[in-house]
Design a protein around this ligand. Structure first.
Ligand SMILES: O=c1[nH]c(NC[C@H](O)[C@H](O)[C@H](O)CO)c([N+](=O)[O-])c(=O)[nH]1
Length: 153
């Protein structure tokens, strides 16, 4: 059986991070997590581009344009949507998820989906670097592994 798996080695990998400013108190922790993960797995800060957008709804269009540029091996998408704070929670989350998936498929560029969709600020805090882990780290790790798998196919 031939098995294709990705090594978590970021050397030479060029990624962009698109991150929402909305709930920046949370998103900032996701950015730190993703950046720290990338660098500690051999990535260079020179190969890391950070793009800030107003909110989750704007993330897909930026991810698409970065992917289309051909300058990046992958894109990490970071944001935090908190249900209690917004009446249109489902639309923002669904459109962001659909948009990122579409941008990734259309361009063939892998994207790590690090959008927190929480019912409360407490839940978001738990998943932004406390007892629930860090969604930014998870998204960066998933992206790196996928980049390494795709290059072998
Ligand atoms: O990233 C977020 N954007 C949110 N809304 C803004 C949206 O993403 C767009 O920026 C806005 O609709 C303008 O296009 C949020 N809420 O509405 O609560 C949220 O929790 N998180």
């Amino acid at each position: 059986v031939k098995t294709i798996e990705g090594q978590l080695n970021a050397q030479g990998v060029k990624i962009a991070i698109v991150a929402a400013r909305f709930n920046d108190f949370i998103v900032d922790r996701l950015i730190s997590g993703a950046t720290d993960y990338f660098v500690r797995h051999g990535g260079s800060e020179d190969n890391l581009t950070l793009v800030r957008l107003p909110g989750a709804f704007e993330l897909p269009i930026a991810a698409q344009k970065l992917a289309r540029s051909g300058d990046y091996d992958g894109v990490v998408v970071l944001g935090a949507v908190i249900r209690g704070a917004t009446p249109h929670f489902d639309y923002v989350c669904n459109e962001c998820a659909k948009g990122v998936a579409q941008a990734s498929m259309e361009t063939g560029v892998p994207m790590g989906f690090g959008l927190l969709t929480c019912d409360s600020l407490d839940q978001a805090i738990e998943r932004a670097g406390s007892k629930g882990g860090n969604k930014g780290v998870e998204a960066a790790s998933a992206l790196l592994e996928t980049i390494r798998v795709l290059e072998q196919i």
